[in-house]
Unconditional design. Structure first.
Length: 224
């Protein structure tokens, strides 16, 4: 077998008017369906024709491979408020990508759609997206409680609040407290559920984060 000393790349891109039934497949299934439809006539025909034509110049194919990919251009219309309620930690661009994933498989039930959006959003972006905040609570000291403000960060992805290192020894009164976001001037009610070695266990609901999502995501983007 001859040694290859030249690499040839030939690419075609097709915009296709496809029936709805074809677009109902997810990405992997759609690619497989198209692969089966094109079959040997197209996928093997190109190498055969290329071999014949190259032989006229005394050249031969040593090896070849093909890559097939497809993307639905039909982006389902999902109400912005629904996207925000399910995944306030995503950017507008990521909302678009998330909607594209659901092309052809949008559940009709609103609650099912909400759960699906949440699962897909966390699969897309599950790292911590932190914004600076302060926790206003009551410090437990002996048998009394005094007002205290602690520096912390709020994780937009899951609603957890992490108190800064110097304040982690403070034991806050369990129950409702207030998280004040410094830069965005947004106040969100959080809940103190106890205390661990990492500091007070404070959480904010995704629903409450969603209410201030625009200001919060702008704050996160400004810091990243």
């Amino acid at each position: 077998m001859s040694k290859a000393n030249l690499k040839l790349h030939v690419a075609f891109e097709f915009d296709i008017a496809a029936p709805d039934v074809l677009l109902e497949h997810d990405h992997a299934a759609l690619c497989q369906k198209l692969n089966d439809m094109l079959g040997p006539l197209v996928l093997q025909g190109m190498p055969k024709v290329t071999t014949t034509q190259l032989a006229k110049a005394g050249a031969s194919i040593v090896k070849h491979h093909y890559h097939l990919d497809a993307k639905s251009l039909c982006v389902p219309v999902i109400d912005h408020a629904v996207m925000v309620a399910a995944a306030p930690h995503l950017t507008d661009e990521e909302f678009h990508s998330l909607a594209c994933q659901l092309a052809g498989k949008m559940p009709e039930d609103p609650m099912e759609l909400q759960r699906l959006l949440r699962r897909r959003a966390l699969a897309m972006v599950n790292e911590y997206r932190l914004v600076p905040c302060q926790v206003e609570g009551k410090l437990k000291s002996g048998g009394t409680f005094t007002d205290i403000t602690l520096d912390a960060t709020l994780n937009l992805t899951n609603g957890s609040v992490m108190v800064d290192e110097p304040h982690r020894h403070n034991h806050l009164q369990q129950g409702i407290g207030v998280v004040t976001l410094v830069a965005a001037a947004v106040r969100i009610t959080g809940n103190c559920e106890g205390h661990t070695l990492s500091g007070p266990v404070i959480n904010v609901s995704i629903a409450d984060i969603s209410k201030s999502r625009d200001a919060l995501i702008q704050l996160w983007q400004a810091n990243n």
